[in-house]
Design a protein around this ligand. Structure first.
Ligand SMILES: NC(=O)c1ccc[n+]([C@@H]2O[C@H](COP(=O)([O-])OP(=O)(O)OC[C@H]3O[C@@H](n4cnc5c(N)ncnc54)[C@H](OP(=O)(O)O)[C@@H]3O)[C@@H](O)[C@H]2O)c1
Length: 363
């Protein structure tokens, strides 16, 4: 167990510290828009750096001045890099790195590129991380409600000697000092990826298996999906876990429920999930995943996996249930490319997982 975790709160940040500095937010997507609006509402001067398309149009309609990314970087003292991690590498190395000035501050919302050594920043620049533990829409909502959100923060490079003060001032201006845990950038990325690659998929598989068992035993699919997903009872229970504690929230459920859950819960101990998660953790921490995601094969596999995900039985069950419950039916995703050709490509033709996923698909 780490000795003492450094945590910062509202009182630790002083927005005045950055009031005189100009800020550029590169990217106006999930995080870009939310963070730019929060920084502006906190009285800071913000410009947007974005290419000429719908994101630029949105920023202009929100009242921001929008420049080409490199022009915005040149104008600013502080630069938030809020474009997808995989796209940031190219933009940074080709466009941003060559124009950085001594004393500028770069703000990353994820420790991924720096943490796995994919991106290096020249010595004279402060490099900090403010990684919200919240999707973009929530970053904005919780700023407006005053509730704020949790953040993971860190200083990777402190050329000016005051990167920490800048970090705390900006995190406060964003609404992210509900509690900010200090971490090194690699650990943030490892934790983020572990949640996405171990807990997320394990949870998803348990949910799908439960739905399968119930429907196979003759339960009406409408009732099964209402019970497991649509009622949002599980989401509410999860929120109660955050508010009052994982075990304490069980008191909100009936005694029958409490006894049933706790007495049957023992069956699911020692199923080997932990060892699989440990493997995933080591893959991530060892940099294997980051190297894989850099490669051509992963990009090809991503296009095929996304297609087969839409061809899993649950999609048909969901559509049928949403129809009979008069819920909105979403347009099916269109995959213009020849998936079979991709699957037979030299990179993917021997990928057993992909071929297994194809067998599980309703084509
Ligand atoms: N999403 C989240 O909830 C979340 C949570 C915590 C941290 N983060 C981190 O926040 C950062 C941004 O993620 P995001 O989800 O907000 O990204 P996003 O919404 O996918 O970003 C879209 C923005 O990036 C721009 N963009 C995309 N590709 C580009 C390229 N090649 N060159 C220049 N601009 C490009 C887009 O504009 P154009 O296409 O017009 O260029 C658009 O403005 C990432 O580091 C991510 O890890 C995200």
């Amino acid at each position: 167990m780490p000795t003492t975790t450094r945590v910062s709160f509202e009182e630790d940040g002083d927005i005045e510290y950055v009031k005189h500095q100009s800020i550029a937010v590169i990217g106006y997507g999930n995080q870009g828009r939310a963070q730019a609006l929060n920084l502006r509402d906190s009285g800071l001067s913000v410009i947007i750096g974005n290419r000429d398309d719908k994101f630029k149009a949105r920023a202009i309609s929100d009242g921001f001045a929008v420049l080409e990314p490199q022009d915005a970087v040149q104008k600013a003292d502080i630069v938030f890099l809020l474009i997808p991690d995989e796209a940031l590498l190219k933009l940074f190395n080709t466009t941003i790195a060559p124009i950085l000035r001594f004393g500028q501050t770069l703000v990353f919302a994820s420790g991924y590129n720096i943490g796995f050594g994919l991106l290096q920043v020249t010595a004279g620049t402060d490099v900090i991380m403010i990684a919200p533990r919240m999707i973009g829409a929530g970053v904005r909502e919780r700023y407006l409600t005053g509730e704020g959100f949790y953040s993971f923060v860190g200083v990777h490079q402190d050329a000016t000697g005051h990167a920490s003060e800048t970090l705390l001032a900006l995190t406060k201006a964003l609404g992210g000092l509900r509690a900010a845990v200090w971490m090194n950038l690699k650990d943030e990325a490892v934790l983020d990826l572990f949640n996405e690659q171990a807990f997320g998929p394990a949870f998803g598989r348990v949910l799908l298996d439960a739905i399968d068992v119930l429907i196979a035993n003759g339960m009406p699919p409408e009732a099964v999906l209402i019970e497991m997903i649509l009622s949002e009872e599980m989401a509410t229970t999860y929120r109660k876990m955050a508010q009052i504690g994982l075990i304490r929230q069980t008191q909100l459920h009936s005694h029958t429920s409490q006894y049933g859950a706790m007495s049957r819960g023992m069956r699911y101990i020692g199923l080997g999930i932990k060892s699989k998660m440990q493997t995933t953790f080591e893959e991530i921490a060892g940099g294997q995943f980051a190297r894989e995601w850099q490669g051509k094969t992963a990009k090809l596999k991503f296009r095929v996996i996304r297609y087969f995900a839409t061809r899993q039985k649950i999609n048909r069950i969901e559509r049928q249930v949403r129809q009979s419950l008069r819920l909105k039916i979403w347009e099916e995703d269109v995959f213009p490319e020849d998936i079979e050709a991709l699957l037979q490509s030299p990179e993917l033709k021997d990928d057993e997982e992909l071929h297994r996923l194809k067998e599980m698909s309703e084509l």
